[in-house]
Design a protein around this ligand. Structure first.
Ligand code: CA
Length: 245
């Protein structure tokens, strides 16, 4: 998940960024409104944390610009403490939630997880896909109930696929959302990473869709012992389980 932090106070921005990275996010920064405006239009973020008091262009104007242009990523605004007017203006401008300054880091992280979940149609902080259980609060993964030892990069990959379950994620998109700026991000490195993760979670969970990308499918994961051929799919369809899903 790639997050944009828009905050002109560099100490706060850096502190937030460190906590987010520790929680498994990839972080970009913008330190004024114009830079934020530009990045929001040119990059594909999974969420934005937006301070409202910014030099060059204020946060509310940035947010309105994005929303008017159809940029739909979830936005958490940072408002001045006790200013209900700012909170109302932020929500009306298209914010999904707010946190008042000074804030507790844990609250920012919880609200960020919640707006990302909602934007992906997930209700609970624990995502279950077949034998996998991904706890976004603790950045922890269980496989068949047992803790799975993942590197930060493997976790980011699985987290992104889980939040995009049942949709083939193109390789370029995957790379943009899981690699830090200085990470090795060649297509070959992604192949190696995918192979490593498959060895840990089992070969069937992450499917390759030629020309479309990688897919974490809830349906296949739940039936991952059934033969993957057309006969099996056809008979499943005939028995009516496929209807209405
Ligand atoms: Ca500020």
């Amino acid at each position: 998940m790639r997050i944009l932090i828009v905050e002109d106070n560099r100490t706060i921005a850096h502190d937030l960024g460190e906590h987010l990275q520790h929680a498994g996010y990839v972080v970009d920064y913008a330190h004024d409104g114009e830079e934020a405006d530009f990045k929001g239009f040119t990059e594909d973020y999974d969420a934005v944390i937006l301070d409202l008091g910014l030099p060059a262009l204020d946060g509310l104007s940035v947010l309105r610009n994005w929303r008017e242009a159809g940029r739909t990523f979830p936005v958490l605004v940072l408002t001045a403490r006790g200013s209900w007017q700012e909170r109302v203006a932020g929500i009306d401008a298209g914010a999904d939630d707010y946190v008042a300054k000074p804030f507790e880091m844990e609250e920012v992280l919880a609200r960020l997880r919640a707006i990302i979940r909602r934007s992906r149609g997930l209700a609970a902080p624990v995502v279950r896909i077949g034998p996998l259980e991904l706890d976004t609060r603790a950045a922890r993964v269980l496989l068949h109930g047992r803790p799975l030892d993942l590197t930060p990069l493997e976790y980011r990959l699985l987290h992104y696929l889980a939040h995009n379950r049942n949709r083939p994620v193109p390789r370029m998109e995957l790379m943009e959302h899981i690699y830090e700026g200085d990470d090795e991000r060649s297509p070959n490195a992604l192949d190696v990473l995918i192979a490593r993760l498959r060895r840990k979670v089992g070969p069937d969970l992450i499917q390759t869709r030629r020309g479309h990308g990688y897919l974490l499918a809830t349906e296949a994961a739940e039936n991952n012992n059934s033969p993957d051929d057309d006969t099996a799919k056809a008979s499943a369809g005939d028995s009516g389980h496929g209807a209405g899903e």
